[in-house]
Design a binder for this molecule. Structure first.
Ligand code: DAH
Length: 357
């Protein structure tokens, strides 16, 4: 019995894995194992012999079983340790950037400029892209015979024959939101309205759909100086550089008097667009003091309130800031272009956190 014990405890200690252990178990304490065979011999013994051998065999069987169990759990622990050593995960590592698409430069520029104007006390207003020609033209002091209507290359919505309601248009600018905002909110008022606009026009700085941000500030004591300051502050913050040179050019719009257009100094050398250098000027916005008829069309008394307005080309801002020379590529949905010029979509621009970093 001592030999059996030494043999099996030795084998158990040396077993390399659970299947080796199982083979040992069958050979030692299985139904036809060596211990069972020995137990069968009990019947041939005298009662005195049996009294000694019986408990000893049982003790041997229990000892081997305990050794098997202990070894088995030892092997399992070892296997787990081995897995833990090879399959580990450092939860303090930064996440891997996942491809969830990119933010279009126009969306990025819109969020950036919204952050800047919010800081200056402007809230965001919206209006429909399909509007009546009253909001798009008449209310903005552009009566039907006015040449500005023809100049705008307007897309008119189709009307069924015999339908003689006034026409709807794809808005040619965001200026109609001035009227809607005055109607809704009254004065004093400080809003911007970023959004898409439409004109039949196509070359490397014009596409039939593009984006503007309208601005309107009305109060009892607003002057052209406030307009100039606001635009200069905006441009400085937006381009995040010190040497942006602006040119205010006297201009004419039916809805403002006086009016000014603003250009930025830039260069177009070898197909690359750069701001702050060169001999070219790139027009980015129209602006002026809101015409009294426009204020009246918005339901506000022009003898009490006055203000400034502006309309900035958002796509043009993005072209200048991010050095994108051709506007047409903005709307071609070319994935390579979008990946190259796109932005991380979870970075919200703010003046404190950084606009485009
Ligand atoms: N609506 C004009 C355009 O689309 C831009 C503009 C000029 C807007 C002067 C204004 C403004 O608010 O005051 O060309």
């Amino acid at each position: 019995m001592d030999d059996l014990k030494a043999k099996y405890l030795g084998q158990i200690a040396d077993a390399a894995d659970e299947s080796a252990l199982e083979t040992i178990r069958v050979a030692a304490v299985g139904k036809k194992g060596e211990v069972a065979l020995k137990m069968r011999e009990l019947g041939k013994m005298t009662p005195e012999q049996r009294q000694v051998a019986g408990p000893a065999l049982n003790a041997l069987k229990n000892e081997i079983n305990s050794a098997l169990i202990a070894k088995k759990s030892g092997l399992a622990d070892k296997a787990l340790d081995e897995r833990l050593r090879t399959e580990w995960l450092d939860v303090t590592l930064p996440t891997r950037a996942r491809r969830v698409g990119t933010l279009h430069p126009v969306s990025q520029a819109s969020e950036e400029l919204t952050a800047i104007f919010a800081e200056l006390g402007f809230s965001v207003a919206e209006g429909p892209r399909i509007d009546t020609d009253w909001y798009n033209f008449d209310a903005l002091n552009i009566p039907s015979h006015h040449p500005a209507r023809a100049e705008m290359d307007t897309f008119y919505m189709h009307r069924a024959e015999g339908d003689d309601r006034p026409p709807h248009v794809l808005r040619t600018h965001t200026s109609p939101v001035q009227i809607r905002s005055m109607e809704k909110m009254g004065a004093p008022l400080r809003i911007i309205c970023p959004g898409g606009v439409y004109r039949a026009d196509y070359d490397h700085t014009h596409t039939p759909m593009f984006h503007q941000v309208e601005g309107l500030a009305l109060d009892t004591d607003i002057s052209m100086a406030n307009l100039k300051w606001t635009l200069e502050e905006f441009v400085k913050a937006f381009f995040e550089v010190d040497n942006v040179e602006l040119r205010f050019r006297a201009s004419h719009f039916p809805f403002t008097e006086p009016s000014a257009e603003v250009d930025i100094r830039c260069s177009w050398k070898d197909g690359t667009l750069k701001i702050g250098e060169g001999d070219d000027w790139f027009e980015i916005l129209g602006s002026g003091m809101v015409h009294p008829s426009v204020i009246a069309a918005g339901g506000i008394d022009p003898d009490v309130y006055q203000g400034f307005a502006f309309g900035i080309g958002i796509d043009r801002l993005a072209m200048l800031k991010y050095g994108i020379p051709d506007l047409r590529a903005f709307f071609e949905s070319d994935l390579r272009w979008l990946r190259h010029y796109g932005f991380q979509c979870l970075d919200m621009p703010s003046l404190h956190g950084g606009l485009s970093r």
